[in-house]
Write a protein that binds this ligand. Structure first.
Ligand SMILES: NC(=O)c1ccc[n+]([C@@H]2O[C@H](COP(=O)([O-])OP(=O)(O)OC[C@H]3O[C@@H](n4cnc5c(N)ncnc54)[C@H](O)[C@@H]3O)[C@@H](O)[C@H]2O)c1
Length: 328
């Protein structure tokens, strides 16, 4: 049983759609207490602050000035990263930040270096890594040889009039959404060394981002992988997002956000490997100052390596050339 003294006091920066889910989870987690919120849109900050019964601010620096904050929860759009994280690090606080970690790799590198210099850490919102069967698939892959991987992320989100569909602000679907699929591929199969992508505008001509992507990848292990992403498919649900097929030695694993299955079924079982969820791991890490031991599965630098793959694929799609994935 947590006492009020044990509770991690969390400030939330960004009060949009995704933050609403984080606010619900944190306000029902006995290990956390939300102490304030901030959003550049005053009405969004006010709405969230009044709903939670906490002070609200238009400027995240006012939230950071408070002396009763142990950690920050950052849930802002892709283009808004940089200053918020650097201010949080300058204040000496660890943070959770939503994926993808930035729009540009240099921003992510600067934040990663600042974290190292300050002896701080951050946890990134790749929540799929925490699912029991995702951890289990990782064990199955480790016990075999990955021959080839194939993934897809198909949905209709690009149809919205929203920053997500805007190339300059979001980096398009490979940066903003299929980052989850790329991240899972890296979680299972290790680093990606080289990418070659084809982008197309096929259906959604009113948005600045392409609506179809085919990406070929070479993993450091030597295994090839492919990724298909499109906003043209509009089923109103998420069944065809983050689907991965992993061809191993003598078996096929199909995995997505709902479960995993091996074919042939008698070849292996995907174990359910349980551990703390993304919230409990973060809160435990704030208390212990040891994110790895607390069960944080997506540290900042690793998430920046996932961003590097998306951005390399974007460069390849624009230039028509294969691109080596840069180091962080
Ligand atoms: N992990 C997941 O599955 C998942 C799901 C949805 C969204 N996300 C991510 O969460 C992030 C936020 O997405 P969203 O859907 O909530 O977007 P949103 O547009 O609904 O909300 C973003 C909020 O951030 C605010 N904001 C912008 N700049 C800010 C700044 N400098 N300081 C404070 N607030 C600022 C905006 O005013 C807005 O209220 C994105 O990176 C997105 O990719 C992750």
């Amino acid at each position: 049983m947590q006492t009020q003294e044990d509770q991690v006091r969390v400030g939330i920066i960004g009060c949009g759609g995704r933050a609403g889910e984080h606010m619900r989870a944190l306000s029902t987690n006995p290990g956390a207490r939300i102490v304030g919120v901030a959003d550049v849109v005053e009405a969004a900050a006010q709405r969230a602050g009044e709903r939670l019964g906490v002070p609200w601010y238009r400027d995240h620096r006012l939230l950071l000035e408070r002396d009763d904050v142990d950690a920050l929860w950052i849930s802002v759009p892709v283009f808004a990263h940089g200053g918020i994280e650097l201010d949080t690090i300058a204040r000496g606080l660890p943070f959770f930040v939503e994926k993808p970690v930035a729009r540009e790799l240099d921003t992510a590198r600067e934040i990663a270096r600042a974290l190292d210099r300050a002896g701080l850490w951050a946890s990134v919102g790749y929540q799929l890594r925490y699912l029991p069967w995702i951890r289990g698939v990782r064990d199955v892959v480790a016990s075999s040889t990955l021959a080839i991987a194939e993934g897809h992320y198909w949905c209709g989100t690009g149809r919205q009039d929203h920053w997500v569909a805007d190339w300059e602000r979001s980096g398009g679907q490979l940066v903003e959404q299929a980052t989850h699929t790329i991240d899972l591929l890296r979680f299972f199969g290790g680093d990606v060394d080289e990418v070659w992508a084809v982008h197309a505008h096929r259906v959604l001509h009113n948005i600045s981002s392409p609506d179809a992507h085919a990406v070929a990848m070479r993993l450091r292990s030597g295994a090839p992988a492919t990724l298909s992403a499109s906003w043209a498919h509009d089923p109103g649900e998420w069944k065809e997002t983050n689907v991965l097929h992993l061809v191993l030695d003598g078996m096929l694993v199909r995995v997505d956000a709902a479960g995993a299955a091996v074919t042939p079924a008698d070849r292996a079982q995907v174990p359910e490997v349980h551990g703390p969820d993304i919230y409990d791991a973060f809160l435990a890490a704030v208390r212990s100052k040891d994110p790895a031991a607390a069960g944080v599965l997506s540290p900042y630098r690793d998430a920046a390596a996932t961003l590097a793959v998306s951005l390399a694929a974007n460069t390849s799609g624009e230039t028509g050339q294969p691109v080596r994935v840069p180091q962080i």
